[in-house]
Design a protein around this ligand. Structure first.
Ligand code: FAD
Ligand code: DHB
Length: 391
């Protein structure tokens, strides 16, 4: 089998890239280790930047998002229960974000794949990348007991943090930067109305909490937890009690309790590997970088990476120019590092660090108090939150 671009992984990065290339007339095949149900079933991101919204619209896949997604013009911060609003739209000259779950994005991308001729091979075992620094790379995998091979011009490694693509790059080529945080997020989904029409990011003495949503009848809540905590120890009742305490009396009183139907713990990590290209392999999304979820940048970075990679590959095939491919890593990393900084900063400002002392806590509280009264501080938060421009 032969194609122009082999895409490893059918997550947001892989499928957005596949749709972009299909639209431009560049051939691609997506090779995914799991099945559609698994990829679509993962409860993950909830907030889309304008860049990601625009991409879905450009692909002609924005109809359901425009109908069902929730446009947010602001977000809320709580400091020990004291709430204030950041009017993102007013502070940024009209930018907004869209609350539309990653599961919905994936459903739209998968539903459109077959009708548009986007090829996806599911359940591919033992995927391996070969000759990435030669001129004839290829990918092999096993499926239904048979060995398969796909020859290609380029490989897009969109297979997430635990994927095989980054691991194929020689260790002496890659430079990695990492921060592991001493806590995780315990997340809950429940079919109850959200406690607010916008999100609330809460810094509380007992730890961080986030009130988010998927729709006017479905809430998504997170609380900071220890890495050694077990899901079984968090009954719904214990979760709601802790959440309400951390959101403070005003928002806590508006929380509607109900049975959760999803509960999971995610660790927090900042990670970047450079460069995002080696030979004919290009990394995009979580395969190259991870942000802690505070500020909702992960899926959006995957989208901005593949916009740049899609442009570069299209330029190569349609205009015969390699300038985009040669500049891809530096261009993508410039945006990635800014989002890394923002996600790290917002995490540091809002979480309780077990190894830090009273002085650090006072600094957090003072910074939040400063932000409450400073337009300049609010603009800084708002312009990062809605997403920095693609340059
Ligand atoms: P992935 O989604 O990890 O997709 C990679 C794909 O590759 C998977 O389908 C996987 O099965 C496949 N794969 C892996 N290994 C192989 C292999 N060897 N061969 C073939 N296929 C392989 N981001 C936001 O922007 N906003 C948010 O609000 C937000 N909230 C989050 C909340 C939580 C709790 C978590 C965990 C994440 C959140 N994120 C958020 C991050 C976001 O979900 C990720 O950044 C995003 O999924 C990255 O997409 P990706 O396609 O790069 O990687
Ligand atoms: C959600 C996740 C985030 O990390 C965030 O900052 C905002 C919302 C969510 O899952 O809804």
């Amino acid at each position: 089998m032969r194609t122009q671009v082999a895409i490893i992984g059918a997550g947001p990065a892989g499928l957005l890239l596949a749709h972009l290339l299909r639209r431009a007339g560049v051939e691609a095949v997506v090779i995914e280790r799991r099945d559609r149900e698994y990829v679509e079933g993962r409860v993950r991101a909830g907030v889309l930047e304008q860049v990601t919204v625009d991409l879905m619209n450009t692909l002609g896949l924005g109809e359901r998002m425009r109908a069902e997604g929730l446009v947010h013009t602001g977000t809320n911060i709580a400091s020990d229960g004291d709430l204030f609003r950041i009017d993102m739209s007013e502070l940024t000259g009209g930018s907004t974000v869209m609350v539309y779950g990653q599961q919905e994005v994936m459903k739209d991308l998968f539903d459109a794949a077959e009708p548009r001729g986007v090829r996806i091979i599911f359940d591919a075992e033992d995927v391996a990348l070969h000759d990435i620094d030669g001129s004839k790379p290829y990918v092999t995998w096993r499926k239904d007991g048979a060995e398969h091979r796909l020859d290609c011009d380029f490989i897009a490694g969109c297979d997430g943090y635990h994927g095989v693509s980054r691991a194929t790059i020689p260790a002496d080529v890659l430079k990695t930067f990492e921060r592991v945080y001493p806590f995780g997020w315990l997340g809950v989904l429940a079919d109850v109305p959200p406690c607010d029409h916008e999100l609330i990011y809460s810094n509380h003495e007992r730890g961080f909490a986030l009130a988010s949503m998927r729709s006017p009848t479905r809430s998504r809540y997170y609380i900071q937890c220890g890495l050694d905590e077990r899901i079984e120890d968090w009954s719904d009742e214990r979760f709601w009690d802790e959440l309400c305490l951390r959101l403070g009396p005003e928002a806590g009183a508006r929380v509607t309790r109900g049975a959760s139907f999803e509960k999971s713990i995610a660790p927090l990590r900042s990670f970047v590997s450079e460069p995002m290209r080696h030979g004919r392999l290009f990394l995009a999304g979580d395969a190259a970088h991870i942000v802690p979820p505070t500020g909702a940048k992960g899926l959006n970075l995957a989208a901005s990476d593949v916009i740049m990679l899609g442009e570069a590959l299209t330029e190569h095939y349609l205009e015969g120019s390699n300038a985009g491919l040669d500049g891809y890593s530096a261009r993508a990393l410039a945006r990635v590092w800014k989002a890394e900084r923002f996600s790290w900063w917002f995490t540091s400002l809002t979480h309780r660090f077990p190894d830090r002392d009273g002085f650090d806590r006072k600094m957090q509280v003072a910074e939040l108090a400063y932000m409450r009264g400073s337009r300049a501080a609010q603009v800084t938060l708002a312009e990062n939150y809605v997403g920095l421009p693609l340059v």
